[in-house]
Design a protein around this ligand. Structure first.
Ligand code: AHG
Ligand code: MN
Ligand code: MN
Length: 350
């Protein structure tokens, strides 16, 4: 059996060049699920539904400049942010695919104020940010979809409850994202490492292109919205100054890279090594990014890739959620870079 472990690390399209077998996402998931005797196939079918919706959204994203789907939809979501047309379309596409598949009992979405109940006889919850980085749609920069899957805790046969939906990130059974970039990729984990699949438009399927992704322990990129610098807590300001200092031995100054699209900033830093921060600010005292469908899935992926994910005071995955649209400060990245930031945070706290 060909597995991620038997392939060379990150052989982007190398599988074709080396005449190795092309492994599609469905094949890979089927092989992965075989390791769990008794697996019923429901999780694989949810992935099938997510994959289908991602392909539809990818098509919509690609034609965004051609048809009238650019611009504001004119409504605001529960957080008072302007909703773009593509956010609405993506939300509808993912929910429609999950509803048709029948294996999801409820969806939590950035674009839905409340829990969206689906099949009461199903056992999986999906939390999602259907379109992440939506301010980048109009300027052709990379955007994404983030998803997280949980098993419900109440018995099947009734509508999923808040208890089912508000589980900590350490209870996720799968987490992933789709990046609609210079190519479209789906990256996910089920707790057995992180694997990336590139959409081959020619065959209409996601093919394993980045097996067993590992984030470098030391990176040279820091990603933060530095426009908010004056509002950051002191330790962050000190750490950012440290990133800019010249020091040959530690390869500083680091490079600043920030698109404003979490998926794209995260993906780049995971591949190249780096740190992504969205701290609390005066205007956003709990940070900006949402625990259930932005921070938890990305944190699990980062940890599975060998990196660290923290709020600055605790592991993101251990945060007990209290609200569907809860926000948390977030630090994600290369182990040694996050440790260094932690030193600054602890020094100032102590
Ligand atoms: P969304 O488009 O789903 O609302 O998410 C935008 C998020 C995230 O993608 C990004 O990291 C962050 O907002 C950028 O925020 P700032 O513009 O405040 O830097
Ligand atoms: Mn988002
Ligand atoms: Mn969004």
């Amino acid at each position: 059996m060909t597995t991620a472990a038997t392939l060379p690390a990150r052989n982007f399209y190398g599988c074709m060049k080396q005449k190795q077998r092309v492994i599609t996402l469905s094949q890979f998931i089927a092989e992965e699920q075989q390791k769990f005797p008794g697996a019923s196939g429901e999780l694989s079918r949810i992935f099938r539904d997510i994959k289908l919706a991602a392909k539809i959204v990818n098509r919509d994203v690609n034609k965004a400049g051609l048809v009238d789907i650019l611009g504001n939809h004119g409504t605001t979501n529960i957080q008072g942010e302007t909703v773009k047309k593509l956010d609405v379309l993506a939300n509808e596409e993912f929910i429609a695919a999950l509803a048709a598949g029948g294996d999801c009992c409820a969806v939590i979405s950035e674009e839905e104020d409340y829990i969206r109940p689906l099949n009461p006889d199903a056992k999986y919850i999906v939390a999602m940010d259907p379109l992440d980085g939506s301010s980048n749609i109009d300027v052709n920069a990379a955007i994404g979809t983030i998803f997280s899957i949980y098993k419900r805790v109440t018995p099947v046969g009734s509508e999923a409850t808040l208890e089912d939906c508000l589980q900590p990130g350490n209870k996720q059974v799968a987490a992933g994202y789709v990046i609609y970039g210079s190519s479209t990729m789906l990256v996910y984990t089920t707790g057995q490492g992180v694997n990336g699949f590139t959409l081959d438009i020619g065959i209409g399927d996601f093919c394993l292109s980045h097996p067993n992704i590992q984030v470098p322990q030391n990176g040279k990129i820091y990603s933060v919205n530095e426009g908010n610098f004056a509002q950051f807590p002191l330790p962050y300001r000190e750490y950012i100054k440290y990133c800019k200092q010249v020091d040959k031995e530690s390869h500083r100054p680091y490079s600043a890279r920030y698109i404003g699209s979490m998926v794209a900033d995260f993906h780049r830093n995971m591949i190249k090594g780096g740190i992504f921060m969205y701290p609390e600010t005066e205007s956003a005292p709990k940070g900006k990014l949402r625990l259930m469908y932005e921070c938890n899935p990305m944190s699990w992926i980062m940890e599975q890739a060998g990196g660290t994910a923290s709020t600055g005071t605790e592991r993101i995955l251990d945060v007990i959620p209290t609200e569907l649209h809860q926000r948390v400060p977030v630090i994600l990245g290369s182990k040694n870079m996050v440790s260094k930031l932690m030193e600054f945070l602890q020094q100032t706290a102590g």
